[in-house]
Design a protein around this ligand. Structure first.
Ligand code: PEP
Ligand code: MN
Length: 264
């Protein structure tokens, strides 16, 4: 990647006085659930409303998302609240549907970022798009594989790019659901200082009690933003119940975080 300065134009253009915030439920469950959360988040620092509609689950038989239907709900979020929207895409068909339905930002999940063939398929499907595309780190701690996926998108003339650090799978006992291995994120920043880097404390921690501390660590490390799963009834969420926070709690977290932005 050569002209890396242009990679952060989309973020600079937003002229934010706080880190970029992406929030919303892990999964879109029902139209009512999506709209209720969106309305509760609309008067906050949230820049993009997230909701997963295609959910790659580890084991079969779990809730795998509402699919295409959720795109209509995201449209309603935009119409009713004015918030921009985002969702996870995991193949070329998802990309086409999300673009055709006006989703503003797409992210590629950790189970997809691990596969070069699928990353290439997605890059081809999104070729030349001016949508913002964020790539989560692959589930395994492999910086080259993460960067390789991003390079495939860059080579497909997708320039509104960024990365999401969501921690790495481990078989060791850990207080984290996915260990942060912060040194990998730091190495990432050293290699591509202009590529926006967002932290996803929800999937790193796996529990709502640690969200604040991990978010603060990310901001202290000069991350550009946070993606935090938010649900009005976290305990009864259809996926990732233990790690979601309520909209009220999210606003509190945003207020309490010390926001330090390095100036140069
Ligand atoms: C998600 O954001 O809900 C998700 C499935 O994340 P990840 O790809 O990081 O596991
Ligand atoms: Mn989730």
């Amino acid at each position: 990647m050569k002209n890396t300065k242009e990679l952060r134009t989309w973020l600079d253009d937003m002229k934010l006085d706080h880190p970029l915030v992406i929030a919303g439920p892990c999964s879109a469950e029902t139209e009512e659930q999506v709209l209720k959360i969106a309305h509760e988040l609309k008067d906050s620092d949230v820049n993009y409303f997230r909701a997963g509609i295609w959910k790659p689950r580890t084991r079969p038989g779990m809730f795998e998302g509402v699919g295409e239907l959720g795109l209509r709900w995201l449209k309603k979020v935009k119409e009713q609240t004015g918030m921009k929207t985002c969702t996870e895409v995991a193949n070329a068909a998802h990309c086409k549907l999300a673009i055709d339905n006006d989703v503003d930002l797409l992210w590629i999940g950790a189970r997809t970022a691990v596969s070069p063939f699928i990353m290439q398929e997605i890059a081809d499907a999104l070729h030349g798009t001016d949508k913002i595309v964020l790539v989560k780190n692959p589930i395994n701690p492999d910086l080259a594989l993460w960067l390789g996926g991003i390079e495939r998108l860059y080579t497909a003339d997708i320039k509104n790019l960024g990365a999401i650090h969501r921690g790495f799978s481990t078989y060791e006992k850990s207080k984290y659901r996915n260990v942060p291995e912060w040194q990998i994120a730091i190495e990432f920043q050293n290699r591509f200082p202009d590529l926006p880097l967002i932290c996803d404390p929800s999937h790193i921690t796996g529990n709502r009690e640690m969200i604040f501390d991990v978010s603060q660590t990310a901001l202290d490390l000069n991350f550009d933003g946070l993606m935090i799963e938010t649900h009005f009834d976290p305990d009864n969420a259809w996926s990732d119940a233990a790690q979601q926070v309520t909209p009220t709690k999210l606003k509190q977290i945003m207020q309490d975080l010390k926001i330090r932005k390095e100036t140069n």
